[in-house]
Design a protein around this ligand. Sequence first.
Ligand SMILES: [Zn+2]
Length: 422
Amino acid sequence: MNRAVIVICDSLRADLITPRDAPFLTELAGRSARFANHSSVFPSTTRTSAASIATGCLPARHGLLGNTMALDEGEGLVCLSVGRPDFRDRLHRATGRTLQAPSLAERLACAGATAVAISNVSPGAAYFLDPDGFGWVYHAAGSYGPGRRPLPADEGLAIEKGEAGDRLATERFCEEVLRRRAPALALLWLSEPDYTGHHAPLGSPAHRAAIASADANVRRVAETVAALDPQGERILFIVGSDHGMETVDETIDLDALLVEAGLKRAAGSSDVVVAPNGTAALLYFGDPAGALVGKVARFLDDQAWLGRAFVGDALAEAGLPTGTALQIALTLKPDERENPHGVSGHSHIVRDSLEPKDCTGFGQHGGLGRNEQRPFLFLSGGGFIAGTHTSRSSLVDIAPTILRHLGLEATEMDGRPLPRRP
Ligand SMILES: [Zn+2]
């Protein structure tokens, strides 16, 4: 059977792939099909992106709406972090399901093929690659085999986010997964340069070193793929990122503003619940058909920091579901000013009471800003011809492209298989 290998360099912006910081990716771009008009989903968060890569569907169809989401577990809506290890089980208990669309792992299992994922980002982003346990998912917070069977500690993945952990994950991916186990689909999700980008200015020496570490790890995987398939016929090799980043310039405390304006009863109230997603936010309403939705929408319209709000049926334009407790999604206003390291793009963020730290001057994402919506995507092998594609592509196109290469049907997906020739 054909095989697909995918590496995600979390948060690596297409324009930050330079010969100086990412010599291997620069070279790989030249001998790959490079999708230059590639975009993330909305919200452009890692967990939502992971679900969209895994299912080929927009959030409206797979249902994982952000890094945080409001859930009603019986006592009204509450904002929860999707990243925590227990969120998958809480979502399942509250709604009866995990993702609302099948993952690649499930589609492969139905065809008798295997998927293996190694992820060094949040547990939630790892587990939503295969939330119902059809293949193998390795993560430091717990690793699972088929049937969501917890793996013993000595088979798990004892690593930390950052360069050292990514390097260990890459070694194991190459030696154990690619060479020995040889599954139909193997996915490696690196924490860099996202991990450092959230704690250091974009383009700073630390951030550039994080890009270089991702570059070195991709090189190692590419060399392994080349050794296993020198002609590039059987293995489709996909390297990309899930989104980019903007520099944070101001933090908006949306909960406090709504309470002050008399539109929310109290910080923890369930009448309107803000789910902060970096440079975006989702607003859930206890009464989705009530007058409060319109009042909050009018309030938002008057705010100088608002980029755009999607209200009610307009949520569909942003790839989000309609007719649920989620009634408003907003992206904050970005601008193209450069930071002190010459990296363009700033945005406000919405304060996250689950992670209340000051991120001013560091990288963030979640919204529809130009730079956070600027992931990269290179494909080689499997019939892809080197060259630059300028037609639009999206994260949701990756899954159907993999299925086509594996000879499997891609039904009920938002994405389309990517063209092999420019
Ligand atoms: Zn990410």
